[in-house]
Design a protein around this ligand. Sequence first.
Ligand code: MRU
Length: 360
Amino acid sequence: MRIDGTPWRTIWPQPDGTVGILDQTVLPHRVVSLRLAGLLDAARAIADMQVRGAPLIGVTAAYGLALALRTGADDASLDHAIATLAATRPTAVNLRWALGRMRDQLLPLALSVRADAAWALAGAMAEEDVAVCSAIGDHGLALIEEIAHKKGRVNILTHCNAGWLATVDWGTATAPIYKAHDKGLDLHVLVDETRPRNQGAALTAFELGQHGVPHAVIVDNAGGHYMQRGEVDLVMVGTDRTTRQGDVCNKIGTYLKALAAHDNGVPFYVAAPSSSIDFALRDGLAEIPIEERHAQEVTHLTGATSEGTLATIRVTPAGSGARNPAFDVTPARLVSGLITERGLVGANEAALLSAFPDRL
Ligand code: MRU
């Protein structure tokens, strides 16, 4: 996708053997790229959310492992690097999926070729992510077109950032939006601000604006109101982990949007690359670990002053504590369908297993 007309990806290999990333902690106020030179740089970038979003976390971990193997490629070093990267964020299964794939392919190789193979594999995973997101875009586009044929303008609501910034390119939930916009369909997107870190207000709004997609940022609690008034035709969100029975774990607040959509007969679709489907789990509520992040993300807000300086301010009384679960689980019964790279799949075990028999 583009920033001020220039094509960007969220992560890229650099000629000096390091990895470039776009620092998402300062967007939309600054466009800054950073250099990852080793394992700890990659682990820190994921933990501090300079890179975030389930697919991008997976690809960053793959590159982090490749960087780590340059300083030691024996089995113990491989397992140490995998453990370090896997510990950065617990909920998005893409992290473990990417590291597991790397491990399976690297372990049988001679030590002397592992680092180069890991670098090539990380690059291939990045390209695969782009292709998967593009395919999700094509399948989701059909859904948008169906509504457009019936009623003209399509009003979409999205939560958090499941856009190109959360992947290598295209995004998952935003890929159909970009493809529909490029095709000339009349679209409008309501963007949940997504407290506490404001991925919607800061990142999704930035992306949509750069691509020229008409949109408005709304506070997290406004979605139900707009659904009651018939101002939402379709909800489209991403996922950090979807179980084999179709329970969807995504950014905190997604569940409330699904409830409101259900109450108002609004279709609720989840863009789910197969890298985010955890075929080992069934019951999302009981089994998915929910990341608890620092209270300061709730008690404080970061933004730019009118002079353009980045500033963090407190919004709660100094003595008040805060709780900060980063994700919630939407039960499968509230999900209209999963938009995967293999097409639209029902949020249930039979449909998922028939679409992905190779993942058993
Ligand atoms: O905490 P984040 O910003 O990493 O959470 C991101 C989300 O919840 C996204 O919706 C999800 O990762 C899907 S991204 C295509």
